[in-house]
Design a protein around this ligand. Structure first.
Ligand SMILES: Cc1cc2nc3c(=O)[nH]c(=O)nc-3n(C[C@H](O)[C@H](O)[C@H](O)COP(=O)(O)O)c2cc1C
Length: 331
């Protein structure tokens, strides 16, 4: 099963709440991301039939393999939510979040707070596994709360029926400070038979390969770097040029427009801006992106620049933009 969910030769898209919507996930998937995750979704909200939370969990078959990530603090609620998601959406796997350090999550004893209550974490995973089987369950952890107790955490989760452990090797209290510790990753790999999936500071294909080779982890996930450079998932990796980066911004904008109409330009702005990171005169372009006040204005800002650039290392993405322009009647 693990070989279907994770790949030794492909990088996965890490769970990122408020970033990993369907359009972003599908762009990453198109580039080669395998698997992709939703952001974390509240088990509580799912069991209360909260429509917006369901929307966060919805995906298209194209995105498979996809993991829906849940968070929560009680085994009853988490297993119930897992069952509901499993029956209604049939994701390829369900990931449980035990690594989020955000205050509003940990103050309810969810996310990384469970690293301080390993008995409860074990019980949640066991019950979740029972509730959704044969759908695989994975867990995403950090290396501890305020001190490293990785081995203890691994002991607590490995007999719960889960298929893999996703490790972001920083302490919860660190947030994103310091570097992800690949020594801890190596330690995790050698202390369990479960596959370890690495997440943290992977910002190039070469780094991903280096980490897999030097730690023997099973696969890796990319988070923040994918926001500005979804080309990171391509294998072999070819450095995108300015035209390619703007193509991705246009892809995002046009797909949002086709899905939700002109109002989609508001939520598209930060994505379009992020995708232009690294291009020449990017700061000016991003200023114009943020100052645009309508879909057409934003489209023209990107499209004018796009048309002035010929070169492309990824002509198929340029072609996709042309197709979407036709679909959106913008040719
Ligand atoms: C904006 C943002 C949202 C995130 N949301 C989640 C989440 O919902 N669930 C989760 O397990 N991790 C979440 N993470 C953590 C990432 O999955 C990842 O482990 C972390 O960013 C380290 O990897 P990176 O250096 O590749 O970004 C989030 C990270 C960011 C930057």
């Amino acid at each position: 099963m693990i070989d279907y969910i994770f790949s030794k030769s492909k990088l996965g898209l890490a769970p990122m709440s408020e970033i990993n919507n369907k359009i972003f996930r599908q762009i990453c998937k198109y580039m080669g991301a395998y698997p992709v995750f939703t952001g974390m979704i509240s088990s509580d909200a799912i069991t209360r039939n909260h429509a917006n939370s369901f929307q966060l969990a919805e995906f298209d078959d194209y995105e498979r393999p996809l993991g829906v990530q849940l968070f929560g603090y009680s085994f009853e609620t988490v297993s119930k939510a897992g069952q509901i998601i499993n029956e209604r959406l049939k994701p390829d796997f369900i990931d449980f979040n035990s690594g989020c350090p955000v205050r509003k999550v940990v103050k309810k004893n969810s996310g990384a707070a469970l690293l301080k209550d390993l008995k409860t974490l074990n019980l949640i995973l066991k019950k979740l596994h029972e509730a959704v089987k044969p759908t695989p369950v994975t867990v995403k952890i950090r290396s501890g709360w305020s001190r490293v107790n990785l081995k203890e955490i691994i002991r607590a989760v490995e007999d719960s029926g889960i298929e893999a452990i996703i490790l972001h090797p920083r302490l919860a209290v660190q947030g994103y400070e310091g570097n992800a510790s690949y020594d801890l990753l190596k330690e995790a790999v050698s202390s369990t038979d479960l596959p370890i999936i690495a997440s943290g500071d992977i910002d190039s294909f070469e780094k991903a390969v280096f980490i897999m080779n030097s730690t023997s982890c099973f696969s890796v996930l990319v988070g923040r770097e994918a926001r500005s450079n979804p080309f990171i998932f391509t294998n072999p990796y070819v450095l995108p040029d300015d035209k390619d980066r703007i193509s991705v911004a246009l892809l995002y904008l046009l797909r949002s427009f086709l899905a939700s109409g002109e109002k989609a330009f508001w939520s598209s702005k930060p994505y379009c801006a992020a995708f232009t990171k690294g291009i020449s005169h990017g700061a000016e372009l991003r200023r114009n992106i943020f100052q645009s006040s309508s879909f057409y204005e934003l489209y023209n800002v990107l499209h004018d620049k796009w048309e002035r650039l010929d070169e492309s290392s990824y002509p198929e993405i340029v072609f996709l933009v042309t197709e979407l322009k036709k679909k959106a009647s913008l040719l």
